[in-house]
Design a protein around this ligand. Structure first.
Ligand SMILES: *Cc1c(COP(=O)(O)O)cnc(C)c1O
Length: 361
């Protein structure tokens, strides 16, 4: 099993560790003697409650989540948080600051405008989102209810290398595409959220880490299911949670622990990304438009500058056993998404492929 698997560079849903898939497969019809699959269990059963509690505890430990914060397992994707964050937080002053550094933060920014006065604290649109603004470039309003940014821009291949200083204004951060890839000082944030399908689990689960004191100030028309308080009070079990995804997340967290936890993963992912950037920077043919210092370790974007050649690269890469290297339709070129589950070997092989293509063209 596993021999015929491809190196899948998809931006999401993306690769899961083979060990995790095999473990889930081995338990798929009868989870640890329960006589049923996790997919068939009541979410109120003792067996599932243990899976839930263990997964939450493992997540808290790996992310070093401090007291006073809740970890929620929600649905609706990361995109639902674009509405949920303003609905729950903006009531404080009616204002919020947004940094727009790509597609997803732009959607979040536009969505938030429905609920209050939104200040564009920074935008990298002037250079087609090829850089991350510096602290000096952030125009922060001390009266903002919160400051919002997206840690890793999945489409544009940029990643914030610092946590903005907001002088006490709570930070809301979309970490969908780089969560669990580097250490995070959770105490610097009000809310961290992430869709699971990039770096954690199958699609259908959204993990939210929320400073508890921020909940309970929602706008009056906030839907029940979009109120953080509803989910905090019922420990994410107001209704049926995404049980299967939570179970797989638990397996992924075990795998992560076996790789040295977050610090182990940080070293591995950084080495993988550096390998790719070095090959691109040293080639005649390929360039990465992202400014050094803003480059993402998760999504590496590159191109030849010639659309036909890019298409040829993508076509030949598929024949060579790599999939999903085509860049996002809004950007073009190529993109290699190299999340935690992408083996180093996959990146090494891609580097060899890029070098050979460079030499032959
Ligand atoms: C994929 C992605 C999203 C959208 O996630 P959904 O779960 O599909 O809503 C949002 N933000 C970032 C940074 C992403 O990479």
């Amino acid at each position: 099993m596993g021999n015929e698997r491809v190196y899948n560079f998809s931006a999401g849903p993306s690769m899961l560790p083979l060990e995790v898939l095999e473990r889930a497969g081995s338990e798929i019809t009868n989870y640890q003697g329960s006589g049923m699959s996790v997919m068939e269990m009541s979410h109120r059963s003792k067996v599932f409650q243990k899976i839930f509690d263990d997964t939450q505890a493992k997540f808290r430990k790996l992310m070093n989540v401090p007291e006073g914060y809740k970890v929620l397992f929600l649905q609706g994707g990361a995109s639902t948080q674009f509405s949920m964050a303003p609905l729950n937080l903006i009531g404080k002053t009616g204002k919020a600051d947004y940094a727009v550094t790509g597609n997803f933060s732009n959607i979040a920014y536009k969505e938030a405008k429905k609920y209050g006065e939104i200040n564009l604290a920074a935008s990298s649109a002037d250079k087609n989102h090829t850089y991350i603004p510096t602290q000096d470039q952030l125009k922060l309003d001390p009266e903002a209810s919160y400051f919002y940014y997206c840690a890793n821009n999945t489409i544009y291949g940029t990643e914030w290398q610092y946590v903005p200083e907001t002088n006490g204004v709570p930070i809301v951060c979309d970490m969908s595409s780089d969560i669990l890839s580097r250490p995070v000082d959770v105490s610097k944030y009000g809310i961290i959220f992430a869709g699971a399908q990039k770096n954690m689990a199958p699609a259908g689960l959204t993990v939210v880490i929320i400073k508890e004191e921020l909940a309970g100030n929602e706008l009056p028309y906030t839907p029940l299911m979009m109120n953080y308080k509803t989910m905090i009070d019922k420990d994410s079990m107001y209704n049926t949670p995404p049980c299967w995804c939570i179970y797989v997340l638990g397996l992924v967290l075990d795998w992560l622990e076996s790789k040295g936890g977050i610090h182990g993963m940080e070293a591995i992912k950084h080495a993988k990304a550096q390998m790719l950037y070095d090959v691109i920077d040293n080639s005649k043919l390929f360039t990465c438009a992202v400014e050094p210092g803003s480059r993402s370790d998760m999504n590496v974007v590159f191109r030849t500058g010639n659309d036909e050649l890019d298409a040829k690269f993508v076509k030949e890469s598929v024949e060579a056993g790599f999939t999903n290297l085509k860049g996002h339709r809004s950007v073009g070129g190529m993109r290699a998404s190299i999340y935690n589950a992408m083996p180093t070997e996959g990146v090494e092989k891609l580097c060899d492929f890029i070098k050979a293509f460079d030499q032959n063209h």
